[in-house]
Design a protein around this ligand. Structure first.
Ligand code: KIV
Ligand code: ZN
Length: 522
């Protein structure tokens, strides 16, 4: 009999905390639907107290998901109440509350004397806050997860004490995060073993782990924790998350699957859905997957050297420990063209994991027809690119109404742009070092803003001269980054759209984000 490891997906919460990765409500709902198909056990849908949009996204996901839906809350009543407000229509709601437990976190976050004057006093306050938070959350629902933030660097004796106390207060899952990605696999495994053997009521809760990847050890630490008693892993698609990210879902799942000879674990993941999920997350977050990324990178199954190619032709097993099919990498590419109708488009999108509402499908179809007219063959990656561009409509949209570029070897690049925003038109011209620079300057002039671009790249969505150009623009304002993506057969137009999308996300964020900083904040 195999032992089930619960997969807790935090793509929509910790993953969304990746620089620039803000997702709108509709994108979150789409990703949650795909996570459901992927077979994760728990979807952490967001942090409702942090903004009205987060709350709305958790609410929408709660309404339709059959999985456990978790919402994050600091160990304060206001956050827990917001989490419950967002979760109450969920079939299986989980409140996930947390507080920093390492001395570094305690003395940094709870420096005010009102938490106690000595470290010892502050530790007692934190323990009391944790217990009170769990008990308060328990008044709403039975499924409560408690996280001892920075458990990786928390004093072992204090960690045991707090874990025992929160279980006694009603926590049903106790999460041991390596928040800073500091621990070593054997050390982290011992931490779990220590809790297993020294916390008297530990069998009343599931032990979970949540590992960050600052030293590239997140997956190794998570697997080590499983060996020593953890039965829930928190992870994200493509490993996205704060800083260097979280443990990557696809790596943990495939390591467990491929090396099932070494252990007795199984997950409920439908591994053939990994590729589609990975691409959807990349498209919507604007975070590109590095080509050599394990499992889902473009090169994960390509063999370059002659020796390897020869070996592969004779027998795949010589150089592959799993097949591309097992993770859903498509073997043949299906091409749509200008004669493909709306139903053809819809069924291709469904196969890629996108289930659009009628109005969204209508809008996408119009874009599809425009593209198909220009480039004849429309590939899956073109459709993914279009989805990233079309669905990412920030509430405060800046629409590209008109763009004219003058450029050549003997002329000064000049751009004229007209932008529509909240029923007003903004028009300006500018020159620049090149056509993209001129276009960005014209946007900045028209909207009367300083340049905020921190990175810009352009690539083709598929091979060949007729490929769509996909531009990615990252901007940064007041310490927050926003990723914009634009797709077009014309790369200057794609670039302008990407910049405008990022600017729309920025405006949306600062108009709707009401998070106030409190002492025990994330
Ligand atoms: O990294 C961390 O500690 C977290 C917690 C909120 C679980 O993300
Ligand atoms: Zn985290």
């Amino acid at each position: 009999m195999k032992e089930r490891v619960l997969v807790f997906d935090t793509t929509l919460r910790d993953g969304e905390q990746s620089p620039g990765a803000s997702l709108n409500v509709q994108e979150k709902v789409e990703i949650a639907r795909q996570l459901e198909k992927l077979g994760v056990d728990i979807i952490e849908a967001g942090f409702p107290a942090s903004s009205p949009l987060q709350l709305e996204a958790v609410q929408r996901i709660s309404r339709e998901s059959s999985k456990v839906v978790a919402a994050l809350a600091r160990a304060v009543e206001k956050d827990i109440t917001a989490a419950w407000k967002a979760l109450q229509e969920a079939a299986k709601p989980r409140i996930h509350t947390f507080i920093g437990t390492s001395d570094i976190h305690i003395s940094g976050k709870f420096s005010s004397d009102r938490y106690g004057r000595t470290l010892q006093e502050k530790r007692s306050t934190v323990l009391r806050m944790a217990v009170d938070a769990v008990a308060f959350a328990k008044t709403f629902t039975g499924d409560i997860e408690f996280s001892a933030e920075d458990a990786g660097r928390t004093d072992p004796g204090y960690l045991r004490e707090i874990i025992e106390a929160v279980i006694a207060a009603g926590a049903t899952t106790v999460n041991i995060p390596d928040t800073t990605g500091y621990t070593w696999p054997a050390e982290f495994g011992r931490k779990i073993a220590d809790l297993k053997s020294h916390v008297p009521n530990i069998s009343d809760a599931v032990i979970s782990v949540h590992c960050h990847n600052d030293l590239g050890l997140a997956v190794a630490n998570s697997l080590s924790a499983l060996d020593f008693g953890a039965r829930q892993v928190e992870c994200s698609m493509n490993g996205i998350g704060e800083r260097a990210g979280n443990a990557s879902l696809e790596e943990i799942v495939m390591a467990l699957k491929v090396r099932s000879d070494l252990h007795n674990f199984e997950t409920g993941i439908v591994t053939e859905e990994i590729y589609n999920t990975s691409r959807m997350v990349s498209t919507f977050t604007g975070i590109i997957i590095q080509p050599n990324k394990a499992i889902v990178g473009d090169n994960a199954f390509s063999h370059e050297s002659g020796i390897h190619q020869d070996g592969m032709l004779k027998s795949r097993e010589t150089y592959e420990v799993m097949t591309p099919q097992s993770v859903g990498v498509p073997q043949t590419s299906i091409v749509l063209g200008r004669h493909s109708g709306k139903h053809g488009l819809q069924s291709r999108l469904l196969a890629l994991g996108y289930s659009l509402e009628e109005s969204e499908l209508e809008a996408l179809y119009r874009r599809f027809v425009e593209i198909a007219d220009k480039k004849k063959e429309v590939y899956d990656d073109d459709l993914r690119g279009l989805m990233g561009d079309e669905l990412k409509r920030p509430g405060s949209t800046f629409e590209l109404d008109y763009l004219h570029i003058n450029s050549g070897t003997a002329s000064i690049p000049t751009a004229t742009i007209r932008i529509k925003h909240r029923d007003q038109l903004y028009e300006e011209s500018a020159t620049g070092d090149g056509p993209v620079d001129a276009c960005f300057r014209a946007i900045e002039r028209a909207l009367e803003i300083e340049s905020m671009v921190t990175s810009y790249s352009v690539r083709s969505t598929t091979a060949g001269r007729q490929a769509l150009g996909e531009a990615l623009v990252r901007i940064r304002d007041r310490g927050v980054s926003f990723n914009g993506r634009g797709v077009s057969t014309d790369i200057i137009e794609a670039s302008a759209k990407a910049y405008l999308q990022a600017l729309g996300l920025r405006l949306n964020h600062f108009e709707s984000n009401t998070t106030e900083t409190i002492d025990n904040g994330v």
